[in-house]
Every structure is written in C-alpha cells, then in structure tokens.
Design a protein around this ligand. Structure first.
Ligand SMILES: [Fe+2]
Ligand SMILES: [Fe+2]
Length: 641
C-alpha cells in the first residue's frame, strides 16, 4: 500500500517532514500554487492552520475517506468544521521532530486499518451474496424432479455464476457389466446455436472431461490452445466448424456424497461482461478472462450440490420405476385372474389421462379454470390403472361368471338328464321283457309300439326341458314363458337310486336360472360390486407421497353416478372427485367396446357412445366431460390397443 505524505512548502515543520523521506513518498505542494493537485490516496497531509492551508483544502477536499490531516496550530486558530472528520491530530507549530514522526506513522496505520476494514466488509458482503446465490440454486436444484430440466438448470446456473459463455455436461454411466463411460448429455452456448448429438467417451486421461472424471481434479485452464504438461489437448473440431475460439476453461468433476464422480461440468470462456456475444476472435481476446478463484470456489460448491440433487433425482426416478413395475405387476395379477378384462386398466388410464389433459387445455366453459400438474396427471394415471385392483378380493368363479349357472352345475344337470334318459330307456326294456315273459311273442308288436311311443314322448319332454334350461342359462333378459317353464320343470321329479325322489331342478339351480337379467344373483352382484371397497382398502394401505395422496379417493368413486344411483357409496355429484367423473366415462366406454371378452361381443364405438349418451341424459354422467370425450376424439385412442 503506497504511503503518500503531502505537505505545504514552505512549512514550519518542513525540516522534520523531509527527514522522513525514507519511510514515505514525500509530495510537497507549493503554497502559492493556484490549485491544489489531485491527491493520490491513501495520503496523509501535514498542514499549517495559521497559513490558511486548511481553507484551501476545504475547497477541494476529496470525497474518499482514505486521507488524514495532521494540523499544526498556532495560538487561537482552529480547523474548519467541514474538515474535522479528516483531522487525525492537532499539534503545536513548534512540534518536536519525534512527535511529528510518530503521529504521521499512526495516521498511516489508521488509514491501513480502515482499508483493511473496508476489504473485510466487502469480502463478507460478497460471501453472503455468494451464499444466497448458492442457496437459491440449491433450493431450485432440490425441487426439480425432471432429470432433463435438472441437467439444464445445473449447467445454466453454473455458467451464470461464473459468467461462462458456453458449457457442457457429461454424466457417468455404468453398464450392466460394470464398465463406466461418460455420456455427453447437454451443451449450451450463448454465442452460437449448437446442434446436439449425444455420444459416449471413455473415462481416461486422453480427453479434458475424461481427465477430470478419472482423476477427480478440477482443471482451471487459462488458454485451452496452450495446454502444457497435461496428457490431453483440446479437440478443436467444434471451434473450426463454428468459427469459435475456446479460451479459458474450467472443468469440474461432480462428486456424490461417497466422493464418486457421477458427472463432469465443463465451463468455457469466462466473460468480463456476461451479456457480450463472442462472435469473433477479437471479441474473445477483449472479453474472455481466466476463471477466477472465486468462480472456481462457487462452481465447485454448486457442482457438489448438483451432484447430490442429481443423485436424488436418479434415485427418485428409480423409485418411480420400481413403483411403476409394482403397479404393472399388480395389474397383471388382476387381469390374469380375469383374462376377459385384459388390458382394461391400461386403456382406462390412457383415456382418462387424455381427457384430463384436454380439460387442462380448456380456456372456456365451466372447467376452464381446472389445471392439472404433471403430478396430478400421475395421480390420475395410478388411480385409473389400479381402479379395479379390488377384484383380487372377489371369488374367481364369480368374477368370470358368464352364465347364470356355474359350468359344473350345468354339467350336473346334463348328467342328471342323461341318467333319467337311461332310466326311461331301461324302464322301456324292462316293460318289454316283462311282456315277453308273460305273453311270449304274442301281441308284442302292438305292446312294444305302445311302450316305445310312451318312452319317446317322455324323452322328447326331457330334451325340451334341457333346451329350456340351456336357454334360461344365457345372461340375456329371461322371457316370461321360459320362466314359467322352469317352475314347471322344477315340479317334476325322478327316482334317485341312492336316495329319495328328487326334483329335476334343485332350489339353487331354479333360483339361479330365474335371474331375470344378466348372469348374477343379488349376492353375487354384491360380491362383484365389493371390488370397489377392496380397491379402496388396498390402495389406502400404500404410503402415497403428498402428490399422489388422492389415488384411493379417486379410484373408489369409479362406479358412482352423479344422481347417487351408483355404488357402493351412492355418492352425489358434489362428493365425487372430478378425476373419478372422467374415469367413469372411460371405464364404461372400455367395458362396452372391449373386444377381448369371449362371451360378450364388443359393442361398436357409435353404439357405445350412444349408450353413454343415454346415461348422460339420465343425469348419471357429466355432460361436459362426455362432450369433450367425443369432441377431442378421445374414444379413438384405444381403438387399436
Ligand atoms: Fe370397477
Ligand atoms: Fe373398470
């Protein structure tokens, strides 16, 4: 730090001042000079109050505080108020030499202390601002869930805090055989638009990024065209192709908490003025400076935070993938119990998500303010995929029941009828043998014809009964006359050789065959409908994250209808989550149009939309959502699935 000592000449203490030439830069000011010279600071001035030096100083005093006055007084004279804060000491004109020397020394010490104080405060201010910047970046990094956006954020913020014109980001990838390499993931350049092509490179010391990744060292290079004593050189292909000039460069390995390098940040051309574009070598020469130590500290601090955020992000993605895997395994489990609904859950999810995205884009109508975030859409997707999961709690035979009787029941009836047929035939033979034993062959022809006639009539009846039963067994609406016939059939009995006389149809069989519509009796229907409660119970046991918390609530309302006629909770419109209203439309549409049900023919799309339209008219389903389902042609999305 320079020590400039000014004094007016001639001066009462001039001789003493001149003795200090070895310690300070002495600068005399001519007392008769018209104007004071500009002071070179920091400076100490020895002035004589009696000679009006102070008044001259008062007129042109520097604004800075880096100067001090030592004032020599005589008699009653005193310094002007304006200069009071700059006066370090007031001494008598006849001051001893030693006293003056010590006072000057202390004045310079005081200036040095002030300078030190300023510097410390400035550094502190910069440190606080750096910390604030890093904190803000840290928060941004930790909240970004999308990996691509996170990589963009890491690179752009690193460039921002180091004023780097360009930069690239590499990630370390490990193959299944354990081999590791660098993947070029991202590049940014303020001065040129650069086409991007992902490529991989080995982790070794033959490239700049490979060197940083393999050694874990930060490289701070003043001029990338003059790399000395390192095993790599800059690949100038990019510079030649785009007329760019890569000069200063900083390469920072991103290390995770285990000190493993998981990526490399490469920052290029730190600029004096961040807004300037480096469009010519001349501008590069004027603008580009080496990356400062402060930039290096900041960027390496950011790289550490970025590495943790990135690792968390990848971990989060792994968890998501794991959960996706679990969800699709669950769906496979449900659908393998009931192969006739194969693909239903995925299709309902596809349709519902598409409907939600359509709602999200609306800018008019009653739902124009409804918006769905990426997380909301995931919530809808999971709720849709898992809406029927509760079917695992329904007995398989009920779940897949296609007709009124279970197949073994019908089989038993057929066997019973076969037995009766055989019994009738046997009875015929018995009667014929009895005739022959009693009458010989006399009149046997008429007798046999009689026996055969009776038997044929009974067998015909029996066949007719079985046909009625088979007809009644279909899940269509039961015609009244078939219903009457069933009661009649159940009234018939036959001799069971192992026990008492039995009815042609048991009470259970009669009850099932008398179902007026569909294939389920009330208990079975209740059991099927209970799948919703099972879904809710099962989904409620999953510790969903905050963003996915409503999955169970949405899934459990997928069979509810706006007027409260749905099941199992008979919710009214206002209690049904909006997402569930969308899912219900998709669910019904897919149930109607699904082509993979062997016993049920797929309803054509137009007819299915008409059926849903009728439900809308009956105020069961949301009309606005149904119109969107049609207008946005969402129903076409699963046509080829
Ligand atoms: Fe369902
Ligand atoms: Fe469903």
């Amino acid at each position: 730090m320079p020590s400039n000592l000014y004094y007016f000449e001639p001066c009462a203490a001039g001789v003493h001042v001149c003795n200090l030439a070895e310690s300070y830069t002495l600068i005399p000011i001519a007392r008769d000079a018209a104007q004071l010279p500009a002071l070179e600071l920091p400076a100490v001035l020895v002035v004589d109050a009696a000679e009006d030096d102070l008044l001259r100083l008062q007129k042109s005093a520097p604004k800075s505080s880096a100067w001090r006055i030592i004032c020599l007084l005589d008699g009653e004279s005193h310094p002007p108020a304006k200069l009071k804060s700059r006066i370090f000491a007031v001494l008598p004109r006849e001051v001893p030499c030693l006293t003056l020397a010590k006072t000057i020394e202390k004045a310079f010490e005081n200036l040095h202390a002030q300078e030190e104080h300023h510097r410390t405060r400035q550094e502190l201010r910069r440190a606080v601002s750096d910390l604030e910047t890093l904190n803000k970046i840290g928060v941004a990094l930790s909240t970004e869930r999308n990996t691509d956006s996170l990589l963009e954020l890491i690179l752009s913020k690193s460039r921002e805090i180091t004023s780097a014109d360009a930069g690239s980001l590499y990630l370390v990838e490990t193959e299944s055989n354990g081999a590791r390499h660098l993947v070029f993931k991202l590049t940014q350049n303020d001065s040129h638009s650069v086409p991007f092509r992902q490529f991989t490179m080995p982790i070794d010391t033959r490239s700049i990024s490979g060197y940083a990744a393999s050694t874990g060292q930060i490289l701070n290079i003043k001029d990338a065209y003059r790399i000395r004593n390192l095993p790599f050189r800059l690949n100038r292909d990019f510079d030649q192709k785009f007329g760019y000039r890569t000069k200063s460069m900083m390469v920072i390995p991103m290390k995770n908490q285990k000190d493993e390098v998981i990526g490399v940040l490469q920052l290029i051309n730190s600029k004096e003025h961040p807004g300037v574009k480096l469009t010519s070598p001349k501008i590069v020469g004027e603008e580009v400076v080496p990356f400062s130590q402060q930039s290096q500290d900041l960027a390496s601090s950011l790289a550490s935070q970025a590495a943790v955020a990135l690792e968390n992000n990848l971990l989060y993605r792994d968890i998501e993938k794991l959960f996706e895997g679990f969800v699709s395994a669950s769906v496979t489990a449900i659908e393998s119990r009931d192969p006739t609904t194969s693909g239903h859950s995925e299709r309902v999810a596809k349709l519902t998500v598409a409907l939600a995205e359509t709602v999200d884009r609306l800018d008019s109508g009653p739902y124009k303010d409804i918006r769905f975030t990426r997380e909301n859409i995931r919530e809808i997707r999971y709720a849709s995929i898992l809406h029927d999961f509760g079917k695992v709690g329904v007995r398989e035979e009920v779940l897949v029941k296609a007709r009124k009787l279970y197949p073994p029941q019908l089989e038993l009836i057929k066997k019973r009828f076969q037995y009766i047929r055989k019994s009738l035939e046997l009875e015929g033979y018995r009667k014929k043998v009895e005739h022959l034993l009693r009458n010989g062959n006399q009149g046997f022809e008429e007798c046999f014809a009689l026996i055969d006639g009776d038997q044929n009539r009974e067998l015909q009846n029996l066949d007719e009964f079985l046909q009625n039963i088979i007809q009644a067994n279909e899940p269509t609406v039961l015609p009244e006359k078939v219903s009457e016939k069933l009661t009649q059939i159940a009234g018939w009995s036959f001799d069971d050789p192992s026990g008492p006389t039995e009815s042609l149809l048991t009470q259970d069989e009669l009850q099932l065959l008398s179902i007026t519509k569909g294939s389920l009796n009330p208990e079975e229907r209740e059991e099927i409908e209970s799948h919703v409660k099972h879904s809710f119970k099962f989904l409620s046991q999953i510790p969903w994250t905050k963003e996915l918390m409503r999955v169970p609530e949405i899934a459990r309302a997928h069979h509810e209808k706006l007027n409260g006629s749905g099941y199992p909770y008979h919710m009214k419109s206002e209690d049904i989550p909006f997402q569930a209203k969308m899912m219900t439309i998709s669910d019904i549409f897919d149930a109607l149009t699904a082509r993979d049900r062997p016993y049920k023919r797929a309803v054509p799309i137009d007819r299915a939309l008409n059926i849903i339209g009728d439900e809308v008219k009956s105020q069961l389903l949301d009309p606005v959502l149904f119109n969107l389902f049609i207008d946005a042609k969402i129903y076409q999305l699963t046509a080829n699935d």
